[in-house]
Design a protein around this ligand. Structure first.
Ligand SMILES: N[C@@H](CCC(=O)N[C@@H](CS)C(=O)NCC(=O)O)C(=O)O
Length: 224
C-alpha cells in the first residue's frame, strides 16, 4: 500500500471527500491536520502544492497529489475496491458528467452563504434549481452510486456535511423534505453510512465555525 499521508485543515469539505474515500476503501493513512497560520504546516503545504497552496493534498510514497477531484480519481485507480465509479464505460462517463456539474454549480451555494438582498434571492433560486436537478437524478436510489456510495456521493457529501448548518447560520431552509424528499433521504443515508458517520464534525462545532466566517464576511448591520 505504501505510505499514505493526507494534509488537511478542519473542517474543509474538500478534505472530507478524501477522508471518506480512504475510509470507504480501507486505506490506512496518516492524517496531518494543520492550520493556515502555522508556518510548520504552510511550509509543508507550499512544498507539496506550490501551484494552489490549498488542501487537501494526498502524499503517496512521498509523491504529492492536489485537487480533491484529481485525488479521488487517483485513489480510485490505485485502490480500485470497493469501486467509487461504475464498471460500465457509459455509466462511468455519466458519473463524471455529474461530478463536473456538481463542481460547477457549487458556486451558487457559496453565494447563498455570503450574499444579502437581491443577490441572495438570486442565489437561493439557483440553489433550488440545482437541488431540483439533483433530486431528479437520485430519484428513489439510496445513493447517487445506487446501492453503494459512489464518486458523486463523495463529491456532493459536503451538502450532507454542512448545508444544514449553513441554512441555520443564514436563517433560511431550502433543502426541506416536502420539496426535496429524495435528497433529504439521501442526506440521512449518507450521514448514516458507517464510513461516514464516524468522520463527521458535530453540528454545534460547524455552526460556530460558519457563523464566525459569515460574520466576518457580512457585517451584522448589513445581514439584518
Ligand atoms: N479545488 C480545490 C479547492 C480546495 C480548497 O479550496 N481548499 C481550501 C480549504 S477548504 C484551502 O486550502 N484554502 C487555502 C487558504 O484558505 O489559504 C479542491 O477541490 O481541492
Amino acid at each position: 500500500m505504501g505510505e499514505v499521508k493526507l494534509l488537511g485543515v478542519w473542517p474543509s469539505p474538500y478534505v472530507y471527500r478524501i477522508i471518506w474515500a480512504l475510509e470507504l476503501k480501507g486505506v490506512k493513512y496518516e492524517y496531518v491536520e494543520g492550520e493556515f497560520h502555522k508556518p510548520d504546516f504552510t511550509d509543508l503545504l507550499y512544498k507539496y502544492n506550490p501551484v494552489y497552496k490549498k488542501v487537501p493534498v494526498l502524499v503517496h510514497d512521498g509523491k504529492p497529489i492536489a485537487e480533491s477531484t484529481v485525488i479521488l480519481e487517483y485513489i480510485e485507480e490505485t485502490w480500485p475496491y470497493p469501486p467509487l465509479l461504475p464498471q460500465d464505460p457509459y455509466e462511468r462517463a455519466m458519473a463524471r458528467f455529474w461530478v463536473s456539474f456538481a463542481e460547477e454549480k457549487s458556486i451558487s451555494f457559496m453565494s447563498f452563504f455570503v450574499t444579502v438582498g437581491e443577490e441572495f434571492q438570486n442565489a437561493t433560486k439557483e440553489v433550488r434549481e440545482v437541488l431540483k436537478v439533483l433530486e431528479e437524478t437520485i430519484g428513489g436510489e439510496k445513493y447517487f452510486g445506487g446501492e453503494e456510495i459512489g464518486v458523486l456521493d463523495i463529491n456532493l457529501g459536503w451538502i450532507a456535511l454542512s448545508f444544514g448548518v449553513i441554512e441555520d447560520v443564514v436563517g433560511v431552509e431550502v433543502l426541506v423534505v416536502n420539496d426535496f424528499p429524495c435528497l433529504f433521504t439521501w442526506v440521512q443515508n449518507f450521514r448514516e453510512h458507517p464510513a461516514i458517520k464516524t468522520n463527521l464534525p458535530s453540528h454545534q462545532e460547524l455552526f460556530a465555525y460558519y457563523k464566525q466566517k459569515r460574520d466576518t464576511i457580512i457585517p451584522s448591520e448589513v445581514a439584518s
